[in-house]
Design a protein around this ligand. Structure first.
Ligand code: ARG
Length: 280
């Protein structure tokens, strides 16, 4: 009897889990979006040239891609400007149809959402005062390092400062661990850069193009350099748009639009235009 009850419970639980998965994908399926007449995209408009505020409205490479997707579907685009570290869960729960925010594809995130094909690549960069020497990640020993909460820059630096476990679950000592180095999280890289300028922190780690823009807009006070490990390797990352797990109908349209924009050279154009627009 107990076994039967346990079995029944398992069946009920599994069905509930499956139903909650399919409901996010169903809520934001291509059909549903067409019915609503609206494509809801979540972003964090503090990451130029991919997204920034222009006259109070989110603009940037990701917004141009999102607009092309909405046009392809034939619906209005609705952009919500939210904290970066909430985007994945809002997409996962079906609050947003997609997340477009210079989001790096990672194995962990793939457990929560599905990703489109990649539209560009990046690596992490370090922003420092212009006169500070930088050879590789060990140059950050003893520094207080600013990152944007919930970003790959945050994960990479936090691991090196606090230590982490490798794929086999063995504890690995971080290269910045026990060196006096620490991490401070900010809601965006601009706030981190302000803290750097005022001397509260000594470095900021963020993706390449936003880092270069912060340095270019600093009147020569700051510089941006690629974050490399001791062996010279960098943190190769790919950006993609995310949707709820199993939302294949929407993902197909997104992939098609991205492929066309890549083939026609439009993505490169967007990057050039928005980099110019975001220069102070
Ligand atoms: N590529 C990094 C990540 O996925 C940073 C993205 C930050 N994007 C933003 N819109 N603030 O974690």
């Amino acid at each position: 009897m107990k076994k039967i009850i346990a079995l029944l419970l398992t069946v009920v639980l599994c069905t509930a889990v499956l139903a909650s998965c399919s409901s996010a994908a169903e809520k934001q399926s291509l059909e549903a979006i067409k019915e609503k007449g609206e494509l809801v995209v979540y972003t964090n408009a503090e990451f130029p040239p991919f997204e920034y505020l222009a006259n109070g409205e989110p603009a940037g490479v990701d917004m141009d891609i999102a607009k092309a997707i909405a046009d392809e579907i034939g619906v209005e685009l609705k952009v919500e400007n939210v904290k970066f570290d909430t985007i994945i869960s809002s997409v996962q729960s079906g609050k947003a149809a997609m997340g477009a925010a210079g989001i790096t594809v990672t194995e962990e995130r793939k457990e929560s959402v599905d990703f489109s094909i990649s539209y560009t690549t990046s690596t992490q960069y370090v922003i420092l005062h212009a006169d500070v020497e930088f050879a590789n990640i060990t140059s950050l020993k003893g520094m207080n390092i600013g990152v944007q909460l919930g970003t790959t820059g945050d994960f990479i630096i936090s691991d090196e400062v606090n230590g982490y476990s490798d794929d086999d679950g063995n504890a690995v000592k971080g290269v910045l661990q026990d060196t006096g180095a620490s991490v401070t999280t900010y809601n965006n890289a601009n706030l981190a850069a302000e803290a750097l300028k005022s001397g509260k922190i000594q470095a900021v780690v963020v993706d390449k193009l936003p880092a270069e823009l912060i340095a270019k807009n600093s009147e020569g006070k700051l510089k941006a350099i690629e974050l490399v490990y001791e062996d010279g390797s960098n943190t190769a990352e790919s950006y993609a748009i995310c949707v709820a797990k199993g939302n294949t109908t929407l993902l197909e349209v997104i992939d098609k639009v991205i492929k066309d924009l890549l083939d026609s050279g439009k993505i490169d154009e967007y990057i050039v235009t928005h980099t110019t627009n975001a220069l102070a």
